[in-house]
Design a protein around this ligand. Structure first.
Ligand SMILES: [Zn+2]
Length: 305
């Protein structure tokens, strides 16, 4: 009788201990999860601003390339050529670098689910797809940048600031110095596309090969709207919301493009299902991803400035 009572008491104690251990484990897990979400949220806030500024610079440059008349002098004179070709490449490289820094520092927003992060993922996915897809006809071939080249450009752009231990894109002068060694090979086709587009514009030929660039400019403006929905940063700047004339097909959010992009959106969604939206955060092949607090160890691979 005594033995049975002891066994029952021991069993109850054991069950109690297991429940207490499970509860403690759950509390610890929930606290860590909460902390991680808070850290990722802080990282999103921290990198959204430079990404927004960079996006504005790039969309503005693309608008000028697409919509303003470019003279032969602009195209052939050294400074003009530098502004049209190399500076455009620089602004795009800068954008890709900030996008990549945001991506790896937030584990690609993988564990931070709310409406704004979901919108951000969707629009970044569209931009990456727009730059890389080969599924366009002749008018949309130009300006293609393969996903691997986008990543290579982003990685080559990022430098580690010695004083602050922060990652950031390199400056314009350094980009120019490093162009041939680090970027020329990746930007070759993009640069050629700029020349071809401007030549076609100048000759006023039918079907200027600028369709991809037009869509890209629209998506960049959409990205700005996602990053700064209240227009706090560019309140008094009408150029920040200015979209170029639409491409024949465009699935951006603009009213002018309504009805132009249903098929395109469907194709894009099929493509993205298997890649960008669900992609695990990576820095490069075979390397570990950054954790929000993990910049310092991983950042040893970047050049110091
Ligand atoms: Zn559009």
């Amino acid at each position: 009788m005594v033995d049975t009572a002891s066994i029952i008491i021991a069993s109850i104690s054991m069950v109690g201990a297991i429940i207490a251990a499970l509860f403690t484990g759950y509390i610890t897990y929930a606290a860590e999860e909460h902390k991680r979400r808070r850290e990722i949220k802080a990282e999103v806030r921290k990198y959204s601003r430079p990404l927004l500024l960079t996006t504005n610079d790039l969309q503005n440059q693309l608008w000028k390339l697409i919509e303003t008349p470019i003279t032969k002098f602009d195209q052939e004179e050294r400074n003009g050529k530098e502004n049209l070709e190399y500076f455009t490449c620089y602004l795009l490289a800068q954008f890709l670098a900030w996008k990549n820094i945001l991506k790896v520092n937030t584990q690609f927003l993988a564990f931070y689910e709310d409406e704004s992060s979901s919108d951000l993922r969707v629009i970044l996915s569209k931009i990456e797809d727009e730059l890389s897809t080969s599924r366009y006809d002749r008018s949309g071939w130009n300006f293609r940048l393969w996903p691997g080249h986008q990543l290579a450009i982003a990685e080559n752009m990022v430098v580690l600031e010695k004083e602050t231990g922060q990652l950031r894109p390199m400056g314009w002068h350094q980009f120019k110095d490093d162009f041939e060694n680090k970027f020329g090979i990746y930007f070759g086709y993009f640069q050629t596309s700029i020349t071809e587009m401007l030549d076609a514009k100048k000759k006023q030929t039918h079907g200027v090969p600028d369709q991809r660039l037009r869509r890209l400019q629209h998506f960049l403006v959409d990205l700005m709207d996602t990053l700064d929905p209240d227009k706090k940063l560019f309140q008094s700047d009408p150029l920040a919301e200015r979209k170029c004339r639409p491409a024949s097909r465009c699935d951006c959010r603009g009213r002018d493009c309504k009805g132009r992009g249903e098929e395109l959106a469907k194709e894009r969604s099929n493509r993205s299902r298997s890649c960008f939206a669900k992609e695990a955060p990576t820095i490069g092949r075979g390397e570990k991803s950054h954790s929000p607090a993990g910049n310092r160890s991983d950042s040893r691979r970047y050049s110091e400035v």
